[in-house]
Design a protein around this ligand. Sequence first.
Ligand code: FAD
Length: 295
Amino acid sequence: MMESTISTETVIIGAGLSGLILAVSLQQNARPIIVLEKSKGVGGRISTRRINNLGFDHGTPYWSDHYPVPASLTSLMRKDHKGIFIEGGMNQFAKFFSQTLPIQRETRVTRISKNADTWLLSTDSGHLYEAKNVVLTAPLPQARELLIQSGFAQEMIPEITYSKTVLSLNVLNELPSDTSQFNPSIFSFQNLRNLHPLGVIINPGDEFAEKYFEETDEEILKKIAAFSDQAGLPLNVKTSELKKWRYARPLSHLQESYLEVDENLFLIGDFFSPGQIDGALSSAEALSKHLTRAI
Ligand SMILES: Cc1cc2nc3c(=O)[nH]c(=O)nc-3n(C[C@H](O)[C@H](O)[C@H](O)COP(=O)(O)OP(=O)(O)OC[C@H]3O[C@@H](n4cnc5c(N)ncnc54)[C@H](O)[C@@H]3O)c2cc1C
């Protein structure tokens, strides 16, 4: 069967924060776009998992200080000593930004190749996409892997190491009498915000994640439970789930605001200055300015 080819001006690979912000901005400038996302959901590392009606923000729990919270979400905006968050789950940002966008979900880009003056993208959904501009938003190690598999020279693509994260998402039978005795950098009680404080995320830290990442989920959960017993007071846990991020946060960032690795083939994301959420947002904004000026 012949694969169908879908053409547009700009294909954005990834519906995480940087891809969504760029897509919204290009769309507002009336530029034709398609977003391709390998997962079922949008948001990438902005991610809320619901268990027993409790929302667990197992990606970034905090929003940027520098980017305004959309007006329709300000009533849910809260702030604690670490930063701004959204009551009910950070994934509401992703839902908000994605609502008007043409996003092809469950569509993983497997190869990027040149075709005269356009780019051709092969995907695991069977469709081919053709575009003048391609923007890759995956964490840099994944972007590198895709580009190298597609035949690009390794020297063209910078390298940055990411920290790993393993987290257990726990529904509690009862809340400990004094949550303030738990180290907040390890124990993040969920929904204290909206008075259903029966969930806690336990994050034993980067060193732990690096050491045990490749073990089975069951083994890691056991080790997190043992770690938590040592680090806090006993918790009355009803159920636990594991979440692993192989590329959680970049350990450094590039000084540029985005990168053009080949003509009209761009990288944006959290590995650009100033890094993490702010890097994802500012690289998307910088590339949007470039693309709307250049086209
Ligand atoms: C546990 C955790 C805690 C964090 N805490 C903070 C914090 O406190 N402060 C902070 O600033 N940042 C924090 N971060 C980092 C922050 O979440 C990220 O910097 C930001 O969300 C990155 O957005 P992005 O769009 O650049 O990348 P991503 O969110 O990773 O988006 C990339 C998207 O591309 C998709 N994709 C990848 N490859 C392909 C492909 N081949 N085809 C199609 N789609 C593809 C992915 O599925 C994903 O949706 C944290 C992250 C984690 C995991």
